[in-house]
Design a protein around this ligand. Structure first.
Ligand code: OSB
Ligand code: MG
Length: 367
C-alpha cells in the first residue's frame, strides 16, 4: 500500500470526571489522531499522548513535532506491505513511542480493510469478548470514592483499580477493602514511592490486592526486583516497559509478575504483540492498560485485548466512563462486565467525522 496522504489532528476532549494521579489532576485530553490514506482506504490511529510530560517525556507538542518533521516524511509516498516495513521506515527515530503508535495503528487499520479482516483477527485475537475494569483517580473523600466504586460495580465492571500515592494509600485501601471484602482490587502508584518506602509498601500486602502497579521510579527495573522479593502482592510494571526487550529484562530480574501493555507506551500494536507473546511463553499474564483513549484508540486496544494472554481485566471501560460524546459509532459499551470484540472488517467501530471535526483544534495535512 502506498501512503498518499497523512492527516494529523490535535483533538481536545473533556473528561466527564476529572482524574487525579500521584502526579496531578486533569480534566481534559489532547490526543493526536492520525489518518493514513492509501488505495482508496483511510486508516485511523490515535496517539494517546498527554499534554504534560508527567507520565512520560512525550507531550502533545513533541508528538506533533516528531510526526511532522521525522515520521511523516519517511512514510509519505512510500509503499509498504507489512507493519514491519512501515516501522523500519522511521526506525531511526528513538523513543517517541506515543507518536509512532498513532501512525502504526492507522496502518494496521488500513491492512485490516485491505485484507477484509476484523483487526482483532489480523492481530491474532481469539477472544469474542474481553473483561472490563475501571481505573479510578485519587479522591480526597474516601466515602465518595466508595460510592463511586459501588456505582462501577453495579454497572458490572470486573476489577477496580485505584490510584494511590503517599498519604493516600494504606488508610484508603483499608476502608475500601472493608467495604468490599472480596472484589478484584488493585492499586496504581504511578512511581510515587522509592525503596525507602519498602516497609510502608509491605502494609499493602494485607489487602489481598491483585497487584500493585508501578510503585517505584518510571525508569527503574532494579529496585522493583528488590521490592518484589519483599512483597507477597505481585508487582505490575507500566511506565518502566517500552519494548519487548525491556519486558524480557524485567522478567529475568524478577522485577514484576504481571505487565500492563499499552500500545502507545511501546510504540504500537506490533511491539505490544511481541510483549504479549514473550509473556505468554513465560507464563506471565498481561492486561491492556489505558490512557483515557478516545473511541479510536480504545477500538485498537479492544482488538489487541482479544489475544489469548490478555487474561486479566484491563483498563478499557465504556465510552460513558470517559466522555459525554465519543468519536465512534457505536460507542463502547460494557455489558455484564464485558466488551464484545467486533467481528466486522476493520476497527469494528466507525469514526464519526462530524464529532471529530467538532473537537479538533488543529489539523495538519501532508500530500
Ligand atoms: O498509569 O495506567 C496509568 C491514565 C493516564 C495515564 C496513566 C494511567 C492512566 C490510567 C487510566 O490508569 C486508564 C484508562 O484509560 O481508563
Ligand atoms: Mg499505570
Amino acid at each position: 500500500m502506498k501512503i498518499e496522504r497523512v492527516d494529523l489532528l490535535h483533538v481536545k476532549m473533556k473528561l466527564v470526571h476529572p482524574f487525579e494521579t500521584s502526579y496531578g489532576r486533569k480534566d481534559h485530553l489532547d490526543h493526536v489522531l492520525v489518518k493514513l490514506y492509501a488505495d482508496g482506504l483511510v486508516g485511523y490511529g490515535e496517539a494517546a499522548v498527554q499534554w504534560w510530560p508527567f507520565y512520560c517525556e512525550e507531550t502533545t507538542v513533541t508528538c506533533l513535532h516528531v510526526l511532522q518533521e521525522f515520521v511523516v516524511p519517511s512514510i509519505l509516498h512510500q509503499e509498504f506491505t507489512t507493519v514491519e516495513e512501515l516501522v523500519q521506515a522511521y526506525g531511526k527515530v528513538r523513543r517517541h513511542n506515543f507518536a509512532k503508535s498513532g501512525v502504526e495503528m492507522a496502518f494496521w487499520h488500513l491492512l485490516s480493510q485491505a485484507y477484509n479482516q476484523p483487526l482483532a483477527q489480523l492481530l491474532g485475537g481469539t477472544r469474542a469478548e474481553i473483561e472490563s475494569g475501571v481505573s479510578i483517580g485519587i479522591e480526597p473523600d474516601t466515602d465518595y470514592l466508595i460510592k463511586r466504586i459501588q456505582g462501577f460495580l453495579a454497572q458490572g465492571y470486573r476489577r477496580i483499580k485505584l490510584k494511590i500515592g503517599p498519604g493516600k494509600d494504606v488508610e484508603v485501601l483499608r476502608k475500601v477493602r472493608q467495604a468490599f471484602p472480596t472484589i478484584p482490587l488493585m492499586a496504581d502508584a504511578n512511581s510515587a514511592y522509592t525503596l525507602r518506602d519498602l516497609e510502608h509498601l509491605q502494609q499493602l500486602d494485607a489487602f489481598d490486592l491483585l497487584m500493585i502497579e508501578q510503585p517505584l521510579a518510571h525508569d527503574d527495573i532494579i529496585d522493583h526486583a528488590t521490592l518484589q522479593r519483599a512483597l507477597t502482592s505481585p508487582i505490575c510494571l507500566d511506565e518502566s516497559i517500552h519494548s519487548a526487550e525491556d519486558a524480557r529484562k524485567a522478567l529475568d530480574l524478577g522485577s514484576c509478575r504481571v505487565i500492563n501493555i499499552k500500545p502507545g507506551r511501546v510504540g504500537g500494536l506490533l511491539e505490544a504483540k511481541k510483549i504479549h507473546d514473550l509473556c505468554q511463553a513465560r507464563g506471565v499474564p498481561v492486561w491492556c492498560g489505558g490512557m483515557h483513549e478516545y473511541g479510536i484508540g480504545r477500538a485498537h486496544n479492544i482488538a489487541l485485548s482479544a489475544l489469548p494472554n490478555f487474561s486479566i481485566p484491563g483498563d478499557i471501560s465504556g465510552s460513558d466512563k470517559y466522555y459525554a460524546e465519543d468519536l465512534i459509532d457505536p460507542v463502547v459499551t460494557v455489558e455484564h462486565g464485558k466488551i464484545r470484540v467486533p467481528q466486522t472488517i476493520g476497527l469494528g467501530y466507525t469514526p464519526n467525522e462530524e464529532r471529530i471535526a467538532r473537537f479538533t483544534v488543529q489539523q495538519l495535512t501532508f500530500t
